[in-house]
Design a protein around this ligand. Structure first.
Ligand code: ADP
Ligand code: MG
Length: 432
């Protein structure tokens, strides 16, 4: 009874377990089926997604190669533009001389200066009293320049002629622009102007605006630029750092390595926008040595040199170039006789005359492609050697004061200009 009972329980138990097993098996098989269905669904979705995305991917690929082709075209266009730009600049002359006549204080122009049409000539008329009692004679001196700016010429007009040179500097060529002339003839007005912005600003601030704008545009084509500014003054054949603000001024040495000139102990400041440079100009101007002459209360007796080293790198194309843009406001070119009774200024004057004369000699030798260029004979030319040599572009702006009592100084300035580049300027004396 007991066994039966026990046996019955076991059988019942077995039946129960077997029922549960087949339920579980069914459930498993259902799950397997569902899993299979899901997997098929997933594969279908994957296929669907692939089919949907395939055209997008193909289009993206096409676009990418199209963009890369366009980039190549833009780059080769840019390189071609550089080459053409340089050819044009070389045709205009790697050494150019402009002349700018300042207006009279009350506007207009003196009788003794004539500006024939065509913007390339200036004529000085000198009346001479007859020693024999006959009628007065008139002597005319005509000079040809690459460009002559009359008293009405705006700062903008002048800069329009300089801007291609700023482009050359950004393209990797050295560029030097000088303002030459007697004190009061408009050198500082031409180089710096009055006011940092706007119509009256000069070449230096306008060049900064121009250069940073152009660099930004080239940035879109993969170019990255590094700009380093320095400001110096050459006073009495010594070099002074115009950004130095400490107490004990260090000495400076001019060091040359291949074409690169470095000045020891000079403050080189990395700049990345126009306002930074304008701030440095302010510091430099506060530092600049000025002294009195009989002509101008705060006449500048030193050469003011602003240098901007430019490094252009295009990583994607593996191209790099270095150049320097150098803008110089030269010391007044007046002669000894203008400094009546200021004896202590004579050594200063001798140094200025010597370095200006040396500058003319160097530029002239460069124009004639002479083998030996005497850079080292003055601090100014030694310092600018890296920038003047090679394939660089040099522009001299001869500033003229129109007052009749400046006629002798004006004639001297124009004669100096003819020394700078006798190939370009042909002074003629006529007696019409
Ligand atoms: P420099 O630097 O040769 O000694 P400045 O540039 O200081 O001479 O010019 C002397 C004066 O004449 C300044 O007051 C200047 O503003 C003014 N000046 C010079 N050139 C011009 C010009 N083209 N138009 C108007 N004013 C000028
Ligand atoms: Mg000046």
């Amino acid at each position: 009874m007991m066994l039966l009972c026990t046996g019955g329980t076991v059988i019942e138990e077995l039946e129960k377990v077997s029922g549960e097993k087949s339920l579980l098996e069914k459930e498993l098989s259902d799950l397997k089926k569902k899993y299979k269905d899901r997997e098929t669904e997933l594969q279908t979705l994957k296929l669907y997604l692939f089919l949907c995305l395939f055209p997008v991917q193909t289009t993206l690929g096409d676009r990418e190669s199209e963009i890369s082709c366009l980039k190549d075209t833009i780059h080769s266009g840019e390189m071609e533009r550089r080459q053409l730009h340089n050819t044009i600049q070389e045709l205009k002359g790697n050494i150019r001389v402009f002349c700018r006549v300042r207006p009279l204080v009350d506007g207009g122009l003196s009788e003794h200066i004539q500006l024939p049409v065509g913007n390339k000539r200036i004529r000085l008329v000198r009346r001479e009293k007859s020693h024999t009692g006959g009628p007065d004679t008139q002597k005319n001196f005509t000079f040809n320049f690459d460009r002559v700016f009359g008293p009405q010429a705006s700062q903008h007009e002048v800069f329009e002629e300089i801007s291609p040179l700023v482009q050359s500097a950004l393209d990797g060529y050295n560029v030097c622009v000088f303002a030459y002339g007697q004190t009061g003839s408009g050198k500082t007005f031409t180089m710096e102007g009055s006011g940092e912005d706007g119509e009256l600003s000069g070449i230096i601030p306008k060049a900064q605006e121009n250069i940073f704008n152009k660099a930004e545009k080239l940035g879109e084509q993969g170019w990255e630029f590094t700009f380093t500014a320095s400001f110096m003054e050459v006073y009495n054949e010594t070099l002074r750092d115009l950004l130095f603000t400490g107490k004990k001024r260090p000495n400076h040495l001019i060091k040359r390595q291949a074409d690169k000139v470095t000045i020891t102990n000079l403050k080189y400041v990395k700049v990345s926008n126009k306002d930074q440079v304008l701030g440095l100009i302010k510091t430099a101007n506060q530092n600049r040595a000025t002294a009195e002459t009989s002509r101008n209360e705060r006449s500048s007796r030193s050469h003011f040199v602003f240098q901007m080293e430019i490094q252009g790198v295009n990583v994607g194309r593996g191209i790099q170039h270095n150049s320097t843009l150098c803008l110089v406001d030269l010391a007044g070119s007046e002669r000894m006789e203008d400094l009546a009774g200021v004896d202590e200024r004579i050594p200063e004057m001798t140094a200025i005359n010597k370095s200006l004369s040396q500058l003319a000699t160097v530029i002239n030798a460069l124009a004639k492609k002479e083998k030996h260029i005497p850079y080292r004979d003055s601090i100014l030319t030694d310092l600018l050697q890296g920038c003047l040599c090679g394939n660089g572009k040099t522009l001299m702006i001869v500033n003229i004061a129109p007052e009749p009592d400046s006629l002798v100084a004006t004639l001297n300035s124009l004669r100096f200009a003819s020394r700078v580049n006798s190939c370009v300027i042909r002074p003629t004396t006529d007696n019409k």
